[in-house]
Design a protein. Sequence first.
Length: 153
Amino acid sequence: MAKKKQTNRHNPPRAHTASCSEDGPVVVEDKPLPKKVAEKPLEQKSPAEWAYERLILYIKNFEEQLDNEHEVAMGFTGGDAGVLRIEGIGYFDPDVLTFYGSDGEGMKTQLIQHVSQLSVMLRALPKPVEAEAPNRIGFRLAAELEADDTPEA
């Protein structure tokens, strides 16, 4: 008899949080995974794809807690390179993530990072004065995770 392969719905990824305050922010680990993300078994995802999906969920959750005067940006850890206003995120299997955007002075910026070195600090930056509404990249990226036409590997 052939063994049936389990999917994430039957064996979800482990997540845990601890909070010091009842007023703390809503965290990604306490939310269910989007259906499209949960359908594909973890064993079939590259480290880059799985990190990409979770980063999108973190970004979207962070943005949900911002006011209309701020946008999400990424602070660089371990150096003084500043911040990157996130305008896009991608991955290249099996193990590379890319972040596209601009720095605090509006200069085009891109970070290419191996998943084993992944360390991202999300920050709230004031939106550009000329912008009427804040740019919510996390919501657009999360829509891709929920779409049925995402390219498969």
